[in-house]
Ligand binder design. Structure first.
Ligand code: ATP
Ligand code: MG
Length: 211
């Protein structure tokens, strides 16, 4: 069987990884666009556990996991995995990809989704060279990040590591979890920036009162 035939018969599962602190409609729009444009058979959201390079204390993983479940609940094509929040110690994307490849086997192409900001710094991730060779990536545009710089980065990653990196333009939504946390903290509205259930969960549980 030629490489091309092999690829076409493979299933394609996308992984949407993030701290999701909290999940917002920017994440959901990215997932929808990637799912459609890359014809993904499954879209798996994976809230991070305890990433090594965090710049601040993350909200308890249970809250972040529940909000992610609430956000994707109404979409039968989206699912959430607790694979990282259940893991003890630091969680590395490399371990997650290896674990999923073991579960799903050779007939599945795993595609890890990264926003422009994330792919620009992917080489700082744990054992990045191994990770970039192990699974495919998709880089999506994000407001505030220069597209030419992004394309240069993709070219350099592809030639340096032989990585498969798809590039996708997504509808620009200038939304970040940082901004949402700051809005909640300042008593400002987050309506329409996160799903309604997530908004209610944040308010009910008093999240982001302290930053
Ligand atoms: P924070 O401000 O806390 O860093 P965030 O909004 O960047 O939060 P993350 O959980 O860090 O959200 O991001 C998870 C993934 O989603 C990353 O690959 C990130 O680049 C991507 N992403 C997040 N928001 C957007 C957006 N508005 N447009 C495109 N990609 C996004
Ligand atoms: Mg981020």
């Amino acid at each position: 069987m030629s490489n091309q035939e092999e690829t076409s018969t493979k299933l394609r599962y996308a992984i949407m990884g993030g701290t999701f602190d909290p999940i917002h409609i920017g994440h959901l729009a990215v997932a929808e666009e990637v799912k459609q444009k890359l014809h993904c058979d499954r879209m798996i959201f994976i809230p991070s556990g305890n990433p090594p390079h965090k710049k601040r204390v993350l909200t308890d993983a249970v809250h972040r996991y529940i909000m992610t479940v609430m956000a994707v609940n109404s979409n039968p094509h989206f699912e959430v995995s607790d694979i990282e929040v259940e893991r003890q110690g630091y969680t590395y994307t490399l371990d997650t990809v290896k674990q999923l490849q073991k579960i799903y086997g050779d007939n599945v192409e795993l595609v890890f989704i990264t926003g422009a900001d994330a792919i620009l710094e992917v080489e700082t991730w744990y054992k990045a060279d191994e990770l970039l060779k192990l699974c495919s990536f998709v880089a999506v545009t994000r407001p505030g990040y220069d597209k030419t710089k992004l394309e240069q980065k993709l070219q350099s990653l592809q030639s340096k590591y032989g990585s498969v990196i798809y590039s996708i333009d997504v509808p620009g939504l200038n939304i970040s979890s940082t901004d949402i946390r700051q809005r909640v903290n300042g008593g400002n509205s987050i309506k329409y920036l996160v799903p309604e259930t997530v908004e209610q969960y944040i308010l009910k549980n008093g999240l982001y009162k302290e930053l």
